[in-house]
Design a protein around this ligand. Structure first.
Ligand code: AMP
Ligand code: TRP
Length: 333
């Protein structure tokens, strides 16, 4: 069976190590599998659900595309496009919004986190954002969705919407029920300053994350300052569980080096953090610097980036508009 892969990343500032290890690295793995058709979307419609600066958004769209390419996505193998170029997404989102229930959306924890204390002032867009995400996925008959751990609930909602629509209109498998592809290990990369908080673009301190365009010196400095504890590296994974910062740094090392946490613990047990941090910085520089220099090169080649997006947009439109046409027939338009 051919796997149909779809995923999206918001163009909201620089992408970081969490985006890379939790999502983009997997996008590349799927692209390089034989029986997989991959579609990767820069989800700019999602990015306007919170206050934004139009000039910065324009830049971030290109930069996110550059990051996809610099991380190993190939626009000849995968469809790479931006969401607002393809009207099917907004159209599909409206229609699916008439199937989704308020009660389902009210459970979404990401809305609660992002809306904060004053929910009344959050945009309607932020509230119905998971419906747009469901449209993104369902319009392409997606079978697998590689995402980080934080998107699990949105994927469950997508599955509920697909099932409900199929049932409402007596359809057998019209919308495919997509599988989330969330890594078992290292699905959530944590902040360098607080091992209990997710590494995130929106965290104020830049020292909380490694950006994919950080220079070597910045990487070394950020790892040097990363929070740890005074104990040496333990002998077992069990002992790491009570030490979130230590666990996170060892997890980052393992994920970058494509090895299990146990192997990393074995490699460094008994050593102190200053020694481990040196190895971690070296590994980060080895893996991230080539991506960062390619991002910088591509950022200067705007016409190439725009061409990639335009071409991808045509392909995405061709696929999704056919699905929207069928949906319209089904619902009686
Ligand atoms: P976003 O930047 O929120 O659009 O996220 C893009 C992708 O990166 C999604 O699949 C997220 O689940 C994933 N992601 C974001 N932050 C992290 C993190 N700290 N650890 C792992 N995955 C993440
Ligand atoms: N909501 C996702 C995030 O914030 C981004 C996203 C939008 C997405 N549409 C998608 C991810 C479709 C996977 C599939 O990270």
């Amino acid at each position: 069976m051919i796997k149909k892969i779809f995923s999206g990343v918001q163009p909201t500032g620089n992408l970081h190590l969490g985006n890379y290890l939790g999502a983009i690295k997997n996008f590349v793995n799927f692209q390089n599998q034989e029986k997989a058709e991959c579609i990767y979307c820069v989800v700019d419609l999602h990015a306007i659900t919170v206050k934004h600066d139009p000039a910065k958004l324009k830049n971030s769209i290109r930069e996110t595309t550059a990051t996809f390419l610099a991380s190993g996505l190939d626009f000849k193998k995968s469809v790479i496009f931006k969401q607002s170029d393809v009207p099917s997404h907004s159209e599909g989102s409206w229609i699916l919004g008439c199937t989704a229930k308020m009660g389902w959306l009210n459970r979404m924890t990401q809305f609660k986190e992002k809306a904060g204390k004053d929910k009344e002032k959050a945009s309607i867009g932020l509230y119905i954002y998971p419906i747009l995400m469901a449209a993104d996925i369902l319009l392409y008959d997606t079978t697998h969705v590689p995402v980080g751990d934080d998107q699990k609930q949105h994927l469950e909602l997508t599955r509920d919407i697909a099932q409900k629509f199929n049932q409402e209109y007596n359809l057998n498998n019209f919308f495919k029920i997509p599988e989330p592809m969330i890594q078992d290990e290292f699905a959530r990369i944590m902040s360098l300053k607080d091992g209990k908080k997710k590494m995130s673009k929106s965290e104020i301190s830049d020292f909380s994350r490694i950006n994919l365009n950080d220079t070597k010196d910045i990487i070394v400095n950020k790892i040097k300052k990363a929070k740890t504890d005074p104990l040496p590296i333990p002998e077992s994974i069990e002992e790491l569980k009570k030490r979130p910062e230590a666990q996170n740094l060892l997890g980052i090392y393992s994920s970058l080096n494509n090895q299990g946490l146990k192997d990393t613990v074995n490699e460094f047990s008994g050593k102190n953090f200053s020694e481990f941090k040196k190895s971690l910085s070296d590994l980060l520089i080895d893996k991230i610097s080539p991506i960062s220099s390619e991002i910088n090169r591509l950022n200067k080649d705007i016409s190439f980036i725009d061409k990639v997006l335009t071409e991808g947009g045509f392909k995405a439109h061709e696929i999704s508009s056919k699905k929207v046409k069928k949906i319209k027939e089904i619902i009686g338009f």
